[in-house]
Design a protein around this ligand. Structure first.
Ligand code: NAD
Ligand code: UDP
Length: 324
């Protein structure tokens, strides 16, 4: 087999998936994108539809599908709290049944499969920053559990397929990522703050605003997962991919106001249940095994993301759920 591959991207019309498809199409691969468009829209990949090496299939990964591929990037899953909590049972089905279907395909085709896991598997962490060896503190019966436990079960499935069937797996734990093409109405902190700031509306800080997150720019993130897919044969992960720069939510609000020149006031709103207090990746494993580290600082990435928000017509987007 040459270096050009048949690659399936599930969730390929989403925020991260659409940019990943773009990168893979540009590299000349034969790319199949599967999406049910729950939290995305065709416009995210419309620019790829004319490319001879890109194919779009409307499909829900909860149901089996037969394709012949060399690599699978499994990104299909609602990622924002308001999206994954909208139909929590479906979220769990997507993580577990979808993972089983994709692992079955990988096994049948002898394909390599990368699972987009998440920092959420660490829950509200007791150790800081979080290394991959930390087993997490997840509330298994809380409102975030459908996502956190679904992603944990998906990781378990990957490693069981590896042990039982020798499936070639890759597991990346993605920390908060932002950038152009993130859904303007996903309710996540970066999109909310930018939208609010551009409209001079109050910026909604949940809780005290002293909770922290580490924000990774989209391009760095996608570079990291492509490296992981093509990394050493014996390196299955899990590996943290994220930007270790840590900011309070209040700092993010102030930076957004400065970069947009907004007159928005800050207002406090109740903190959602089980909202993690601190989050920051330990990326030493990604650095040593993949030679990967992020290169875009928050101010630069936020500036590019604000430009994108200014360039789109927000009325072209529909809020996928009534949660926000
Ligand atoms: P997104 O919501 O933009 O993309 C997810 C895509 O999957 C959407 O296009 C959606 O329509 C599709 N989808 C959902 N359920 C599906 C199903 N059952 N069948 C087919 N398609 C389905 O979110 P994103 O930010 O691009 O996230 C992509 C992946 O990365 C997700 O698996 C998410 O859990 C993971 N992740 C993202 C972040 C982040 O900060 N963006 C952090 C951690 C993990
Ligand atoms: N948040 C906020 N205001 C908003 C949206 C979110 O203060 O309008 C907070 C939220 O409570 C959390 C952090 O920002 O502490 C990140 O939230 P997000 O939903 O983006 O992602 P999470 O990391 O919680 O999955």
């Amino acid at each position: 087999m040459g270096s050009l591959k048949r690659i399936l991207v599930t969730g390929g019309a989403g925020f991260l998936g659409s940019y990943l498809c773009e990168r893979l199409v540009e590299a000349g691969h034969d790319v199949i994108c599967i999406d049910n468009f729950f939290t995305s829209q065709k416009t995210n990949v419309a620019h790829l539809l004319g490319c001879g090496n890109f194919e779009l299939i409307r499909h829900d990964i909860v149901h089996p599908i037969w394709l012949e591929v060399d690599e699978i990037y499994n990104l299909a899953c609602p990622a924002a709290p308001g999206h994954y909590q909208y139909n929590p049972i479906k979220t769990m089905k997507t993580s577990v049944l979808g993972m089983i279907n994709m692992l079955g395909m990988a096994r049948r085709c002898g394909a390599k499969i990368l699972q987009a896991s998440t920092s959420e598997i660490y829950g509200d962490p007791e150790i800081h920053p979080q290394p991959e060896s930390y087993r997490g503190a997840v509330n298994p019966i809380g409102p975030r559990a459908c996502y956190d436990e679904g992603k944990r079960a998906a990781e378990t499935l990957c490693f069981d397929y590896q042990r039982v069937h020798r499936t070639r797996i890759r597991v990346v734990r993605i920390f908060n990522t932002y950038g152009p093409r993130m859904h303007p109405y996903d309710g996540r902190v970066v999109s909310n703050f930018i939208r609010q700031a551009l409209a001079d509306e109050p910026i909604t800080i949940f809780g005290s605003g002293n909770q922290t997150r580490s924000f990774c720019y989209r391009d760095d993130l996608v570079d990291g997962i492509i490296r992981m897919m093509n990394g050493p044969d014996d390196f299955y992960g899990p590996v943290n991919i994220g930007n270790p720069g840590e900011f309070t939510i209040r700092q993010l609000a102030e930076l957004t106001i400065r970069l947009t020149g907004s007159r928005s006031p800050l207002v406090e709103r109740p903190l959602p249940k089980d909202d993690p207090e601190r989050r920051r990746p330990d990326i030493s494993l990604a650095e040593s095994r993949l030679g990967w580290r992020p290169s875009v600082a928050l101010e630069e990435g936020l500036t590019r993301t604000i430009e994108w928000f200014r360039s789109v017509d927000l009325s072209d987007y529909r809020a996928p759920t009534p949660n926000y």
